[in-house]
Write a protein that binds this ligand. Structure first.
Ligand SMILES: *Cc1c(COP(=O)(O)O)cnc(C)c1O
Length: 219
Protein backbone atom coordinates (compact mmCIF):
# COMPACT_ATOMS: atom_id res chain seq x y z
CA UNK A 1 0.00 0.00 0.00
CA UNK A 2 1.19 3.50 -0.78
CA UNK A 3 0.95 6.41 1.63
CA UNK A 4 -1.79 7.86 -0.56
CA UNK A 5 -3.84 4.65 -0.45
CA UNK A 6 -3.37 4.35 3.29
CA UNK A 7 -4.66 7.90 3.72
CA UNK A 8 -7.68 7.22 1.55
CA UNK A 9 -8.50 4.04 3.46
CA UNK A 10 -8.30 5.83 6.82
CA UNK A 11 -10.24 8.87 5.63
CA UNK A 12 -13.06 6.59 4.58
CA UNK A 13 -13.44 5.47 8.17
CA UNK A 14 -13.50 9.01 9.58
CA UNK A 15 -16.53 11.24 9.60
CA UNK A 16 -16.10 14.86 8.49
CA UNK A 17 -16.11 16.01 12.10
CA UNK A 18 -12.93 14.08 12.91
CA UNK A 19 -9.59 15.73 12.08
CA UNK A 20 -6.78 13.46 10.95
CA UNK A 21 -3.32 14.36 12.20
CA UNK A 22 -0.78 12.46 10.10
CA UNK A 23 2.02 11.62 12.53
CA UNK A 24 5.23 11.98 10.53
CA UNK A 25 7.84 11.72 13.30
CA UNK A 26 11.09 10.05 12.11
CA UNK A 27 9.79 10.08 8.52
CA UNK A 28 11.65 11.92 5.74
CA UNK A 29 10.35 14.91 3.80
CA UNK A 30 9.63 12.72 0.76
CA UNK A 31 7.08 10.69 2.73
CA UNK A 32 5.45 13.88 4.05
CA UNK A 33 5.28 15.32 0.53
CA UNK A 34 3.60 12.17 -0.70
CA UNK A 35 0.88 12.64 1.90
CA UNK A 36 0.77 16.36 1.11
CA UNK A 37 0.20 15.66 -2.55
CA UNK A 38 -2.66 13.37 -1.58
CA UNK A 39 -4.26 16.37 0.12
CA UNK A 40 -3.11 15.98 3.73
CA UNK A 41 -2.25 19.29 5.44
CA UNK A 42 -2.14 18.49 9.16
CA UNK A 43 1.00 16.74 10.42
CA UNK A 44 2.10 15.78 13.91
CA UNK A 45 5.62 15.57 15.30
CA UNK A 46 6.90 14.73 18.76
CA UNK A 47 10.29 16.48 18.72
CA UNK A 48 10.46 20.25 18.42
CA UNK A 49 13.78 20.35 16.59
CA UNK A 50 12.67 17.80 14.01
CA UNK A 51 9.37 19.62 13.49
CA UNK A 52 11.16 22.95 13.07
CA UNK A 53 13.50 21.55 10.43
CA UNK A 54 10.55 20.14 8.52
CA UNK A 55 8.64 23.40 8.80
CA UNK A 56 11.62 25.27 7.35
CA UNK A 57 11.85 23.09 4.26
CA UNK A 58 8.30 21.91 3.50
CA UNK A 59 5.31 23.84 2.05
CA UNK A 60 4.15 26.68 4.27
CA UNK A 61 0.47 25.74 4.23
CA UNK A 62 1.18 22.64 6.33
CA UNK A 63 -0.27 22.87 9.83
CA UNK A 64 2.23 21.49 12.32
CA UNK A 65 0.94 19.93 15.51
CA UNK A 66 3.27 19.25 18.43
CA UNK A 67 1.96 15.97 19.85
CA UNK A 68 4.85 14.93 22.11
CA UNK A 69 6.07 15.92 25.52
CA UNK A 70 7.24 19.54 25.41
CA UNK A 71 10.41 20.77 27.07
CA UNK A 72 9.99 24.34 28.19
CA UNK A 73 13.39 25.48 26.94
CA UNK A 74 12.46 24.49 23.37
CA UNK A 75 9.10 26.23 23.10
CA UNK A 76 10.82 29.26 21.57
CA UNK A 77 11.76 27.30 18.45
CA UNK A 78 8.18 26.47 17.50
CA UNK A 79 6.36 29.55 18.81
CA UNK A 80 6.37 31.26 15.43
CA UNK A 81 4.56 28.56 13.51
CA UNK A 82 3.05 25.73 15.58
CA UNK A 83 -0.70 25.25 14.90
CA UNK A 84 -1.65 23.22 17.96
CA UNK A 85 0.27 21.99 21.00
CA UNK A 86 -1.36 18.75 22.21
CA UNK A 87 0.77 17.89 25.21
CA UNK A 88 0.35 20.75 27.69
CA UNK A 89 0.60 19.11 31.09
CA UNK A 90 1.70 21.85 33.47
CA UNK A 91 0.95 25.46 34.21
CA UNK A 92 4.66 26.28 33.96
CA UNK A 93 4.66 25.03 30.38
CA UNK A 94 1.55 27.02 29.56
CA UNK A 95 3.23 30.15 30.95
CA UNK A 96 6.23 29.59 28.70
CA UNK A 97 4.05 29.02 25.62
CA UNK A 98 2.18 32.22 26.45
CA UNK A 99 5.45 34.14 26.82
CA UNK A 100 6.89 32.90 23.54
CA UNK A 101 3.62 33.43 21.67
CA UNK A 102 3.56 37.03 22.87
CA UNK A 103 6.97 37.63 21.30
CA UNK A 104 5.46 36.68 17.96
CA UNK A 105 2.29 38.63 18.64
CA UNK A 106 0.12 35.55 18.25
CA UNK A 107 -2.18 33.26 20.18
CA UNK A 108 -1.09 29.62 20.29
CA UNK A 109 -3.89 27.02 20.41
CA UNK A 110 -3.25 24.37 23.08
CA UNK A 111 -4.74 21.12 24.35
CA UNK A 112 -4.35 20.07 27.95
CA UNK A 113 -3.04 16.53 28.23
CA UNK A 114 -4.85 14.39 30.76
CA UNK A 115 -3.41 11.30 32.38
CA UNK A 116 -5.93 8.53 31.65
CA UNK A 117 -3.71 5.44 31.28
CA UNK A 118 -2.78 2.98 33.98
CA UNK A 119 0.88 3.28 33.07
CA UNK A 120 2.95 5.60 35.27
CA UNK A 121 5.04 6.70 32.33
CA UNK A 122 2.41 8.57 30.35
CA UNK A 123 2.42 12.29 30.95
CA UNK A 124 -0.63 14.31 31.84
CA UNK A 125 -2.69 16.13 34.42
CA UNK A 126 -5.21 14.58 36.76
CA UNK A 127 -8.60 16.22 37.30
CA UNK A 128 -7.52 17.91 40.55
CA UNK A 129 -4.57 19.54 38.81
CA UNK A 130 -6.82 20.54 35.93
CA UNK A 131 -9.32 22.23 38.26
CA UNK A 132 -6.62 23.98 40.24
CA UNK A 133 -5.12 25.36 37.06
CA UNK A 134 -8.38 26.53 35.53
CA UNK A 135 -9.47 28.23 38.72
CA UNK A 136 -6.27 30.19 39.19
CA UNK A 137 -6.07 33.92 38.51
CA UNK A 138 -2.77 33.41 36.74
CA UNK A 139 -4.51 31.20 34.20
CA UNK A 140 -7.21 33.75 33.53
CA UNK A 141 -4.52 36.36 32.82
CA UNK A 142 -2.89 34.46 29.94
CA UNK A 143 -3.67 36.29 26.70
CA UNK A 144 -1.48 34.51 24.17
CA UNK A 145 -2.69 30.94 24.56
CA UNK A 146 -6.12 29.49 23.84
CA UNK A 147 -7.28 26.19 25.30
CA UNK A 148 -9.08 24.32 22.50
CA UNK A 149 -9.65 21.02 24.29
CA UNK A 150 -8.04 17.92 25.74
CA UNK A 151 -5.64 15.18 24.66
CA UNK A 152 -4.99 11.77 26.14
CA UNK A 153 -3.32 8.44 25.47
CA UNK A 154 -4.78 5.11 26.51
CA UNK A 155 -2.79 2.30 28.09
CA UNK A 156 -0.78 0.26 25.59
CA UNK A 157 -2.67 -3.02 25.96
CA UNK A 158 -4.60 -5.61 23.99
CA UNK A 159 -7.46 -5.20 26.46
CA UNK A 160 -9.95 -3.25 24.35
CA UNK A 161 -12.36 -2.72 27.23
CA UNK A 162 -9.59 -1.09 29.25
CA UNK A 163 -8.83 1.24 26.34
CA UNK A 164 -12.52 2.04 25.88
CA UNK A 165 -12.93 2.81 29.56
CA UNK A 166 -9.99 5.21 29.48
CA UNK A 167 -11.26 7.05 26.40
CA UNK A 168 -14.73 7.26 27.94
CA UNK A 169 -13.21 8.80 31.06
CA UNK A 170 -11.46 11.45 28.97
CA UNK A 171 -14.70 12.21 27.14
CA UNK A 172 -16.48 12.74 30.41
CA UNK A 173 -13.73 15.10 31.64
CA UNK A 174 -14.12 16.93 28.31
CA UNK A 175 -17.90 17.24 28.73
CA UNK A 176 -17.46 18.62 32.25
CA UNK A 177 -14.82 21.06 31.10
CA UNK A 178 -17.15 22.33 28.40
CA UNK A 179 -19.39 23.79 31.09
CA UNK A 180 -16.51 25.96 32.25
CA UNK A 181 -14.92 26.57 28.82
CA UNK A 182 -17.84 26.45 26.36
CA UNK A 183 -15.62 27.18 23.34
CA UNK A 184 -13.55 24.01 23.51
CA UNK A 185 -14.08 21.70 20.51
CA UNK A 186 -11.10 19.35 20.30
CA UNK A 187 -10.82 15.94 21.92
CA UNK A 188 -7.55 14.45 20.68
CA UNK A 189 -7.53 10.72 21.28
CA UNK A 190 -6.80 7.65 19.18
CA UNK A 191 -3.70 6.35 17.35
CA UNK A 192 -3.16 3.65 14.72
CA UNK A 193 -4.02 0.82 17.10
CA UNK A 194 -7.03 2.30 18.85
CA UNK A 195 -8.58 5.11 16.81
CA UNK A 196 -11.71 3.08 16.03
CA UNK A 197 -12.53 2.81 19.71
CA UNK A 198 -11.54 6.43 20.29
CA UNK A 199 -14.01 7.66 17.68
CA UNK A 200 -16.79 5.53 19.13
CA UNK A 201 -16.05 7.20 22.44
CA UNK A 202 -16.24 10.73 21.05
CA UNK A 203 -12.84 11.64 19.66
CA UNK A 204 -12.75 14.66 17.31
CA UNK A 205 -9.06 14.36 16.39
CA UNK A 206 -7.00 11.23 15.77
CA UNK A 207 -3.20 11.07 15.60
CA UNK A 208 -2.17 8.35 13.18
CA UNK A 209 1.38 7.50 12.18
CA UNK A 210 2.30 3.91 11.35
CA UNK A 211 -0.99 3.11 9.58
CA UNK A 212 -0.19 5.90 7.12
CA UNK A 213 3.59 5.87 6.81
CA UNK A 214 4.45 2.32 7.85
CA UNK A 215 6.37 1.20 10.93
CA UNK A 216 8.96 3.56 12.34
CA UNK A 217 12.62 2.64 12.39
CA UNK A 218 14.40 4.14 15.41
CA UNK A 219 17.80 2.61 14.80
C1 LIG B 1 3.74 8.43 17.72
C2 LIG B 1 2.50 9.00 18.28
C3 LIG B 1 1.25 8.74 17.69
C4 LIG B 1 1.06 7.87 16.46
O1 LIG B 1 1.30 6.55 16.77
P1 LIG B 1 0.94 5.37 15.70
O2 LIG B 1 0.74 4.19 16.58
O3 LIG B 1 2.11 5.25 14.80
O4 LIG B 1 -0.29 5.77 14.99
C5 LIG B 1 0.13 9.33 18.25
N1 LIG B 1 0.22 10.12 19.33
C6 LIG B 1 1.40 10.39 19.94
C7 LIG B 1 1.41 11.28 21.13
C8 LIG B 1 2.57 9.83 19.44
O5 LIG B 1 3.73 10.11 20.05
Amino acid sequence: MSIKNNLIAIKEKLSKEVTLVAVSKTKPNEAILEAYEAGQRVFGENKIQEMTQKWETLPKDIQWHMIGHVQRNKVKYMAEFVSLVHGVDSFRLLLEINKQAKKHDRVIPCLLQMHIAEEETKFGLDTLELDAMLNSEEFAALENIRIEGLMGMATFTQDQEQVRKEFASLKSIFDNLKQKLPDITVLSMGMSGDYGIAIEEGSTMVRIGSSIFGARNYS
